[in-house]
Design a protein around this ligand. Structure first.
Ligand code: 5RP
Ligand code: FE2
Length: 229
């Protein structure tokens, strides 16, 4: 199971998105796009028109993280627009299974996100409907926050559920992921790492992606859960 790095453009210069995407094109696996509607979270970013433009501006697949109300209505539209992965928050969804199926039917990977205080266990039975589970490691809404250590046991429990069910879904972490915290996440079982300020706050974003990847790979290699994978 390979480590993947998804730089978040939330910390990039929004007036130069194409250049900011190009800066990580050779080292990143995805480009993470934080869609916020000022209702589900107290911040407003971008929506479908910017996603459509970004798709034309970069060869990286887009990893859209929807922090919005009514994802049942909107999430499939991001998949139809061409996003490679669309993640909705379960706290906002009325019909998470139907929404995950609609994302897949539109040709994208279906992701479901959990806020820090949302447990994973109630969703055990719907994990086969997903291609990715996102465990938020900060309260969603803003970049540059401190990593919440209290979420690490949930990463571990999520990895355990995925393994016990023999599933292939990816386990993503998002928020406060840096060279200092990424190893904790990887050891606990995460395999897709979002990083905003740690990448776009660095002098060389491409090198920052590589440094994060190296640390995550080293930690994954010594993780107890990695045996048999
Ligand atoms: O979803 C998010 C915030 O809600 C962002 O993806 C996340 O915060 C990335 O920024 P940083 O790595 O600076 O924490
Ligand atoms: Fe995000």
């Amino acid at each position: 199971m390979a480590v993947q790095i998804s730089p978040s453009i939330l910390s990039a210069d929004f007036a130069r998105l194409a250049d900011e995407a190009a800066a990580v094109e050779n080292t990143a696996d995805w480009l993470h796009v934080d869609v916020m509607d000022n209702h589900f979270v107290p911040n407003l970013t971008l929506g479908l028109p910017v996603v459509a433009s970004l798709l034309r501006a970069t060869s990286l697949p887009l990893d859209c993280h929807l922090m919005i109300e009514d994802p049942d209505r909107w999430a499939p539209q991001y998949a139809e627009a061409g996003a490679g992965s669309v993640t909705f928050h379960v706290e906002a969804a009325q019909a998470p299974i139907r929404t995950a199926r609609a994302i897949r039917a539109a040709g994208a990977r279906a992701g479901m996100a959990l806020k820090p205080a949302t447990p994973v266990e109630p969703y055990e039975d719907m994990l086969p409907e997903l291609d990715m589970l996102l465990v938020m490691t900060v309260e969603p809404g803003f970049g540059g926050q401190s990593f919440l250590d209290v979420t690490v046991p949930k990463i571990r429990r999520a990895r355990d559920l995925i393994r016990r069910h023999g599933l292939q879904l990816w386990l993503q972490v998002d928020g406060g992921v840096s060279e200092e915290t990424i190893e904790r996440c990887a050891e606990a079982g995460a395999d897709v790492f979002v990083a905003g300020s740690a990448v776009y706050g660095a002098d060389d974003p491409a090198k920052a992606v590589q440094a994060l990847r190296e640390r995550a790979e080293r930690a994954t290699a010594r993780a107890p859960w990695a045996c048999g994978h």
